[in-house]
Ligand binder design. Structure first.
Ligand code: HEM
Length: 460
C-alpha cells in the first residue's frame, strides 16, 4: 500500500494494518495506551503505524521520553505569533516572559483569588444540603474562573459571563487530533475559530488600552507581566501577541488541570487542619500562605499520583520536518512522519511502579521505604521545580524545550481549590458507576462525563 511504498528500511518497525489509509487509527483511537503497550511488547520503544494516511512514529519508555525531536512543527492552535506559530528561539523568549508572571510573589496574590472564586462557584451552584452534581463540569468551570481571574485579570474575568466563555469553547473545538493532522482541511471550525480570535482580540485590546491609559493602577496578573515584558531586542509584544499568549495559557491549563482535579479523593484534611491549627469546616477557614499550600504534602501526593495514573496528555504529537536519527539505534525517522510521544506508558509500567495501575498516593511519601521517593527527589514535580530529570519514568509535564511552564501554577490552583472544597463538603462517587472511564476523544484525556458525584455540606 501507499505507506509501505514509502517505508524505508532505516525506519522503526511498521505495525501491519488491513485497511488502507485508515491504518491502525481505530485501535489507536479506542485505547491509545493499550495499543501502544501491545506494540511496544512486539516492536520495542520505537515503532511506526499508519493513521489516516500519515505515518506516526511512537517513541516511548525512558529512551523515548528523553528523545528530543524538536526540529518539528505543530499547527497553530493558539492563534498567530505565539507558541507554535513562531520560530523556536522566539518561543523560548515567550516562555521566559510567561515564567516571570508565574513568580512566587504573583502566586501569593493568587491564593485569595482561587479561594474567592471557588467559594463563589459553590455558593451559586451547590445550594442544597446535599445533592448529586457533575463534578467534571463543576471543576472545569472553577478552573476557567480561577485561571482567567489570575492570569487574564479581573476585567476579562468579569466578562466571562458575557460570552467570553463561549468564545473559549469555540477555540477549544479545534483542539482535536483531526485538526492537528489536517491543517489544510477547510473545516467549518477553522472559520469559527478565526472569528472567535478576532472577537477576543477586540475584547483584550480594549482592556490593554484601558490599562495603558491608567499606568498608576497596579496589577499582579499575567496580563500585566506580558504587557511590560520585552524581547531581547528590546521590543515589546504586540497587543495581539499578549492576547494570544493569554489564550494559549488558558487553553494549555484548562483541561489538563480540570481533568487532574476531577480524579481526586479526599484524604488530606487531617494534615491541613494540623498544619493550620484550625478545624476546617465551612466557609470560615483560614487563608493558607503560599508556603503552607506548598507543604500540604498529602494533597501534593494525591495530585502527583493522579497525574501518574491519569496523565491528561496521553499522546503528544509533532510533525517531523527534517529526518531525525534516534540515538543509540540504527533508526532514522523520515521527514513527514508524525512523532507520537507518550510518557503515560512508562508512568504505568510495572518495571518502575509496583501495582502501577493502582492509585496509591503514599508511594510518593518522602521516606526511603516509599518507592516513588527517590524519583520525586530527582524530578521534583511540585512547587519550586526547577530541575527535572528527563529520564524519569513519570513526566506528566513533558520534558525538553517544550516542557510545561504551568506546573507550579497548576499545583497551586488545584490544591487551593481542593482545600476549599474538602473543608466545605464531603464527596462520594456514584456507587453504581464508580470511577469514571477515560475519554480519549480530545487531545487532552478527560474522565468520561458526566462524573456524577454526591456532595454533602460539612458541619463538623
Ligand atoms: C506544555 C502538561 C497545566 C502552560 C506542556 C506539556 C505538557 C503539559 C505535557 C509539553 C507539551 C509538548 O511537549 O508539546 C500539563 C499538565 C497540566 C498543565 C499535566 C496540569 C495538570 C498548565 C497550565 C499552564 C500551562 C496551568 C498555564 C498557566 C503550558 C505551556 C506549555 C506547556 C505554555 C509550553 C508549550 C511549548 O513550549 O510548546 N504542559 N500542563 N500548562 N504547558 Fe502545560
Amino acid at each position: 500500500t501507499w505507506a509501505q511504498f514509502e517505508y524505508k528500511p532505516s525506519e522503526p518497525p511498521f505495525v501491519p494494518y488491513y485497511i488502507p489509509f485508515i491504518g491502525s487509527m481505530i485501535q489507536f483511537g479506542i485505547h491509545p495506551i493499550n495499543f501502544i503497550r501491545e506494540n511496544q511488547k512486539k516492536y520495542g520503544n520505537f515503532f511506526t503505524f499508519l493513521m489516516f494516511g500519515r505515518k506516526m512514529t511512537v517513541c516511548v519508555d525512558i529512551d523515548g521520553n528523553d528523545f528530543d525531536a524538536y526540529n518539528s512543527l505543530t499547527k497553530p492552535v493558539f492563534g498567530a505569533d505565539v507558541v507554535y506559530d513562531v520560530p523556536n528561539a522566539v518561543l523560548m523568549e515567550q516562555k521566559r516572559m510567561v515564567k516571570a508572571g508565574l513568580s512566587i510573589e504573583n502566586f501569593r496574590s493568587y491564593i485569595p483569588i482561587f479561594i474567592e472564586e471557588t467559594n463563589q462557584y459553590v455558593d451559586k451552584h451547590w445550594t442544597k444540603e446535599e445533592d448529586t452534581v457533575d463534578i467534571l463540569k463543576a471543576i472545569s468551570e472553577m478552573i476557567i474562573m480561577t485561571a482567567s481571574h489570575t492570569l487574564l485579570g479581573p476585567e476579562i474575568r468579569s466578562k466571562l459571563y458575557e460570552g467570553v466563555a463561549d468564545l473559549y469553547h469555540t477555540l477549544d473545538g479545534c483542539f482535536t487530533p483531526i485538526h492537528f493532522l489536517f491543517e489544510w482541511l477547510p473545516l467549518p471550525s477553522y472559520y469559527a475559530s478565526d472569528k472567535a480570535h478576532d472577537e477576543l482580540d477586540g475584547i483584550f485590546g480594549k482592556v490593554i488600552k484601558e490599562r495603558r491609559a491608567n499606568p498608576d493602577v497596579k496589577h499582579t496578573d499575567m496580563l500585566d507581566v506580558l504587557m511590560n515584558a520585552k524581547y531581547k531586542n528590546g521590543k515589546e509584544m504586540t497587543d495581539k501577541q499578549v492576547g494570544n499568549m493569554l489564550i494559549a495559557l488558558l487553553m494549555a491549563g484548562q483541561h489538563t488541570s480540570a481533568a487532574t482535579t476531577t480524579w481526586f479523593a479526599d484524604k488530606a484534611r487531617a494534615e491541613m487542619e494540623n498544619m493550620l491549627g484550625a478545624k476546617l469546616v465551612g466557609k470560615d477557614i483560614p487563608e493558607p500562605s503560599y508556603d503552607q499550600v506548598k507543604d500540604f504534602s498529602v494533597l501534593d501526593n494525591v495530585v502527583r499520583e493522579t497525574l501518574r495514573i491519569r496523565s491528561p496528555l496521553v499522546q503528544i504529537m509533532r510533525k517531523v520536518i527534517k529526518p531525525v536519527a534516534i540515538p543509540n539505534t540504527d533508526y532514522v525517522i523520515p521527514a513527514g512522519n508524525y512523532l507520537v510521544a507518550s510518557t503515560a506508558i512508562s508512568a504505568l509500567d510495572e518495571k518502575y511502579y509496583k501495582n502501577a495501575e493502582d492509585w496509591v498516593p503514599s508511594r510518593w511519601e518522602q521516606d526511603d521505604e516509599a518507592e516513588g521517593a527517590a524519583d520525586k527527589a530527582t524530578t521534583d514535580y511540585g512547587f519550586g521545580a526547577t530541575t527535572t530529570s528527563a529520564r524519569s519514568p513519570n513526566l506528566p509535564f513533558g520534558a525538553g524545550r517544550h516542557r510545561c511552564i504551568g506546573e507550579q501554577f497548576a499545583y497551586l490552583q488545584i490544591k487551593t481549590i481542593l482545600y476549599v472544597l474538602l473543608s466545605r463538603f464531603e464527596f462520594s462517587l456514584d456507587p453504581k458507576r464508580g470511577m469514571p472511564e477515560r475519554n480519549y476523544q480530545s487531545m487532552v484525556m478527560l474522565p468520561e462525563g458526566p462524573v456524577l458525584t454526591h456532595y454533602k455540606r460539612r458541619h463538623d
